[in-house]
Design a protein. Structure first.
Length: 289
């Protein structure tokens, strides 16, 4: 009795899987090319909205009413002009397309090997935190390039990082305070101590923006401050953190500076924090963080 041959095990499964992946990748690239204008406009609208929110937060509260009135007046004029809404939509789409275009890294003039080595050092220091062995296409890897990880960067006159935008993988636990603190401490040490940094985490886009804060003013002489009863001026801070300013005299000129005010009495409804310390102990860094 003749033996029946055993069914052959398919040996070309790996080739079929690779072919399927190639077809899927080709289809994805084609869809991206077709939808590229929409993606560009959507990215531009998101950037315009972020700029509008930043402008609104930087506007003092006493000027927001005038700003709203100006915006409402512009909207009313556009609505009354013939073809005004259509032209407004066209202008908005054009602005969104311009803002959403792919921008090359903002390389500062005179980028030299020292600055490149600084960026490469930051990149290598972030590899243990932003990489996994299971990642098939890691953004961070030892010996890799920093160009994709740092889409924008700026240096100060001393050649140190003044502004840096960092991309990180989606699996990084940016929602945990401990993970974020480790990254912030690392960047502070690698970017140069003795300066104060502001970290902005964009969890939706997986971006981290690092900005060096300008030194607080130290040339304000003792004078009579314009305050309400029960208020005491403790010092001065960044313009973006306080919506109120005080007129100060500096030599022969006057300028408006945002104060840090301590309130007492019935007006002290907001929580207060008073930090005391010797110069150089980090009190300003704590209050500005």
């Amino acid at each position: 009795m003749a033996r029946r041959p055993l069914p052959r095990i398919l040996s070309n499964g790996g080739a079929q899987l690779a072919r399927s992946r190639e077809l899927a990748r080709t289809a994805a690239d084609g869809a991206t090319d077709v939808l590229q204008p929409l993606i560009t406009i959507a990215r531009g609208l998101r950037r315009l909205a972020a700029a509008a929110r930043r402008r609104w937060s930087e506007t003092p509260k006493d000027r927001r009413g005038a700003l709203l009135f100006l915006v409402a007046s512009v909207v009313l004029v556009v609505a009354l002009v013939p073809y005004g809404p259509l032209l407004a939509v066209i202008v908005l789409m054009a602005a969104a397309a311009w803002q959403g275009r792919d921008r090359p890294p903002a390389a500062p003039e005179g980028t030299d090997d020292t600055r490149t080595r600084r960026l490469q050092s930051l990149y290598e220091a972030l590899v243990p935190y932003f990489s996994l062995a299971e990642d098939p296409d890691p953004l961070y890897a030892h010996g890799g390039g920093w160009e994709k990880a740092f889409p924008a960067y700026e240096f100060d006159d001393d050649g140190r990082v003044a502004h840096l935008v960092i991309r990180y993988p989606a699996y990084f636990t940016d929602g945990e305070a401990e993970s974020r603190t480790r990254i912030e401490h690392l960047l502070t040490a690698k970017s140069g101590r003795g300066r104060e940094y502001h970290f902005t985490w964009d969890e939706e886009a997986n971006h981290l923006s690092v900005d060096v804060l300008a030194p607080l003013p130290t040339d304000i002489a003792a004078q009579r401050f314009v305050t309400a009863p029960g208020e005491t001026v403790l010092g001065f801070t960044d313009p973006t953190r306080v919506q109120r300013t005080l007129p100060l005299t500096h030599g022969v000129e006057q300028r408006d500076v945002p104060p840090v005010v301590w309130r007492t009495g019935i007006r002290s409804t907001e929580p207060h924090l008073l930090v005391l310390g010797q110069p150089g102990t980090g009190t300003s860094t704590l209050l500005r963080s």
